[in-house]
Design a protein around this ligand. Sequence first.
Ligand code: 13P
Length: 282
Amino acid sequence: MPLVSIKEQLQRATEEGFAVPLFDAFEMAAVEGIFAAVETKKAPAIVAIYDAFLSLPAVPAHAAFIREMARLSPMPVSLMLDHGSSPGQCEKALALGFTDVMYDGSKLSIDENIAETRRVVLAAHAAGAAVEAELGHVGQGSDYESIGAARDAFTDPDTVGRFVADTGVDYLAVAVGTAHGLYKGRPHIDLGLIKKIRATTDIPLVLHGGTGLSEAQYRDAIGAGIAKINISTDLIIAATDKMVGAARAEGASYLGIVHAAREAYRERCSYYLDLFGASGKG
Ligand code: 13P
């Protein structure tokens, strides 16, 4: 089917208590691995491109490849801009046919974040796309000891109602104890905070920094109200490990190494689709 905005699937995930994963993809083997997982598991999913990659000359072709893979697939798959750094970047993604965009104004003041997110929402909704914004700020795992201990920039539940009403945003990324990349120290997720935010708004809630949590932490976060979980670092590590293994194997070949990347994505994405309860929901 054609690419779809993941909005309907995220609303369903919120109601039925599962989560749709977002998988960041950097090239074709990764995309093929994601689609292989989605089709085997009969699941919805989001393929994402990071903001920093949007200006690469090959991105229109990469987006077109993802669109074609989606068209050939019976499962609902969205193409999302991850961490859009400005309204202009989000508009660029919309022009390339992205079905969902994240605008990340999480380092701005709340009033600036509202104003910029509102601009993106108007442009995206006019194009039939949906928008994710971030309230509070999800930092880096390498700084986790200070973030986790100090609850630095966690989402303030008292600001959620105003943020959602004033922006018209479709999904909300929350800072509740996760961080991007590998954690220095053990991650602790504030489930009570997720529940409080869940009680304040009915739009789908998003957990960034999905790599490195225990299976129980994923399940508990979904149980508390998370409907979308972003995964990137784990896929990169798994693909690197498999590619290095393939390169060192006897009779190593270029195609063997590409195949290893595809397989790593297929295996890890399948694992997350099962773990998040998305399998069978496509
Ligand atoms: P990880 O790299 O920690 O999996 O986080 C991914 C992410 O949140 C992308 O938006």
